[in-house]
Design a protein around this ligand. Structure first.
Ligand SMILES: [Zn+2]
Length: 283
């Protein structure tokens, strides 16, 4: 192969095949053209910070460390753990477009116009993992989809785990990229910045609305619970992102309550021995 020495081998398809085989998933391209447009936007938004670009298999060279391979997939039968996943050392991102579309239908005001910015936001979150150099999932799936995570008894602590910190950091980095573009004087990538900025308040509205309906009649309806040890409550993440974009006192209060609940309150609760302080007798 003399003459090809300066250009690394275009081996994205082989690498992709190996990854999807190992993960027991299959490739799914619902709308390749849309995905390419989205990648152009995301690469524009993260370029200054990340110094890498996300490409599909037909443009990926494994030897070129400035490229990240994006694999849109569908699970093979059993539930896959997440709608999006980043593998830092492997330099690839998996996304599950069909699941993300379902998510968008559930949590945005208009699924048709929201799919693109939601996908962009998820990809920027995954870019956040690359910036942090920490692998991660956007969320964790179970059979019924994302748990909003409100169920909790008062005796369970909801600690701020390392994984939660990483997820919130990746979310913050995603929003930071959007904010940089919104305030940039030259205005490249303004489309993605504006559409992601617009989607977040709507998502908060929808997610909070679902919580209000699901928990109608409960006394602590305003309180955001977060019992999982890995991913923070989705509503909370969206509130964080929304606050970062549009700071206001109401959001600040919810976040302060959240931080308090995770740092000070568990210590206080430990002072009450559950065997002595037991009010399980309800219903
Ligand atoms: Zn993540």
């Amino acid at each position: 192969m003399a003459g090809c020495r300066h250009k690394p081998e275009l081996d994205g398809n082989a690498i992709e095949n190996q990854i999807i085989k190992e993960a027991d998933i299959r490739r799914a391209f619902p709308d390749l053209q849309l995905l390419k447009e989205i990648l152009t936007d995301v690469n524009c938004a993260d370029s200054a910070l990340l110094g890498k670009k996300i490409v599909l298999a037909d443009e990926y060279h494994s030897k070129d460390t400035t490229e990240i391979l994006l694999i849109p997939f569908q699970p093979n039968g059993k539930n896959y753990q997440s709608s999006a996943y980043s593998n830092i050392n492997g330099r690839y991102i998996l996304i599950n477009p069909e699941y993300i579309l379902d998510f968008t239908r559930k949590y945005s005001l208009n699924a048709d116009s929201s799919f693109r910015p939601v996908l962009e936001l998820m990809l920027l979150h995954e870019v956040g993992h690359f910036l942090l150099r920490k692998n991660g999932y956007f969320d964790k799936l179970n059979g019924t989809g994302i748990k909003l995570g409100q169920q909790r008894s008062d005796s369970e602590p909801e600690f701020m785990t390392m994984v939660k910190k990483i997820e919130l950091s990746a979310d913050s980095l995603a929003i930071d990229m959007v904010k940089r573009k919104l305030t940039s004087k030259t205005q490249p990538c303004l489309n993605i910045a504006m559409s992601v900025q617009l989607i977040i308040p709507g998502m908060q509205f929808m997610i909070s609305g679902r919580r209000m309906i699901d928990r109608f009649g409960e006394s602590n309806i305003q309180f955001l619970h977060d019992p999982s040890n890995d991913h923070p409550n989705l509503e909370l993440r969206v509130i964080f992102m929304n606050y970062f974009l549009n700071p206001n006192d109401g959001l600040k209060q919810m976040i302060d309550d959240y931080i308090y609940e995770r740092t000070v309150a568990p210590v206080h609760r430990q002072e009450f021995d559950p065997k002595i302080f037991n009010e399980q007798e309800k219903d």
